[in-house]
Design a binder for this molecule. Sequence first.
Ligand code: ZN
Length: 50
Amino acid sequence: MMHLTAETALDLIEGRLTSDERAVWEAHAQACKDCENEIEYWKRALGMLE
Ligand SMILES: [Zn+2]
């Protein structure tokens, strides 16, 4: 399994992935702390977390 790149994390957050891709990465992020952190980082950077 590959890990999220910044580009993929942004695509995920901004809704540019297919539903299949999204499901794969969301499942991965639940099992992989590094990728969960990557998603959190970009959500925060984009002001999408309070
Ligand atoms: Zn990962």
